[in-house]
Design a protein around this ligand. Structure first.
Ligand code: DGL
Length: 268
């Protein structure tokens, strides 16, 4: 038994999609969430920059006695998962391996689409992971840099979102995929627009469920499950009101967000 918190990190509000699943599957766990909204989006940044930002956020979270860390950001997982694992001795989970596993379970025809940020797509991390599990898999990849701002600006329910999503996903139309990986944790917040654009035939895969389930297995195996959750905490480098609203809406909770200034976070 271990009642310490689990640190969860994303560039913004996207990782809340993973938190929601963690709260559902692991209701006794305490979550300390960090959204680096001021420096968002991470997607177009260089690998080195994303690595540096990730390590800074992890250093902040490590002031608390954590029992595990979830990098709930595909871009940061692709850039820095191994570096974070080298830094700490607690379990560190990313979202790419669980997302790839969920897609392999979900596809029937072995043809999978992947959408994500420029950084994630450039890294080729999904393709590599999918092929390691299933060498014959066919993939179609597309970077969708306009999706994260839609979510962070609170526009996900607008007809503009539907139009922009449909237009962006045009290059994937008419291909044979039966499964589409939402390879950015912000994208499940746009799932209804994405589903409309791709049609009901295409199954949307988010990493959230599989990541929470992997975490649950690890905590059980190590006998580290908590018995009762303490107060969850939410930190952002950006606007607290906007963050609380977006995250609270998705979680169906009233949340209070704490603003954090990372001394090194001033460069945008
Ligand atoms: N949510 C992040 C991800 O999963 C990316 C958002 C960003 O570009 O900052 O990749």
């Amino acid at each position: 038994m271990n009642n310490h918190a689990i640190g969860v990190f994303d560039s913004g509000v996207g990782g809340i999609t993973v938190v929601k699943e963690m709260m559902r599957q692991l209701p006794h766990e305490t979550i300390y969430y960090f959204g680096d909204t001021k420096r968002l989006p991470y997607g177009p940044r260089t690998t080195e920059e994303v690595k540096q930002f990730t390590l800074e956020v992890i250093q902040f979270l490590l002031q608390f006695p954590l029992k595990a860390i979830v990098i709930a950001c595909n871009t940061a997982t692709a850039a820095a998962l191994n570096d974070v694992r080298e830094l700490v001795s607690i379990p560190v989970l990313g979202v790419i391996e669980p997302g790839a596993r969920a897609a392999i379970k979900g596809t029937i025809n072995g043809e999978v689409g992947i959408i994500g940020t420029i950084g994630t797509m450039k890294s080729g991390a999904y393709e590599r992971t999918l092929r390691r599990i299933h060498p014959e898999i066919i993939t179609h990849s597309l970077a969708c840099p306009s999706f994260v701002p839609l979510v962070e600006d609170g526009l996900r329910h607008s007809s503009y979102a539907d139009e922009l999503v449909a237009e962006t996903l045009q290059p994937l139309q008419g291909l044979g995929m039966d499964t589409l990986i939402l390879g950015c944790t912000h994208y499940p917040l746009l799932a209804s627009s994405i589903q409309k654009a791709m049609g009901e035939r295409v199954k949307l895969i988010s990493s959230a469920e599989e990541t929470a389930s992997e975490l649950s297995t690890i905590l059980q195996y190590r006998r580290m499950l908590a018995t009762k959750h303490q107060k969850h905490r939410f930190f952002t480098t950006g606007e607290v009101e906007q963050f609380s609203k977006l995250a609270g809406d998705w979680l169906g909770l009233n949340i209070a967000t704490e603003q954090v200034t990372l001394s090194y976070a001033n460069k945008s």
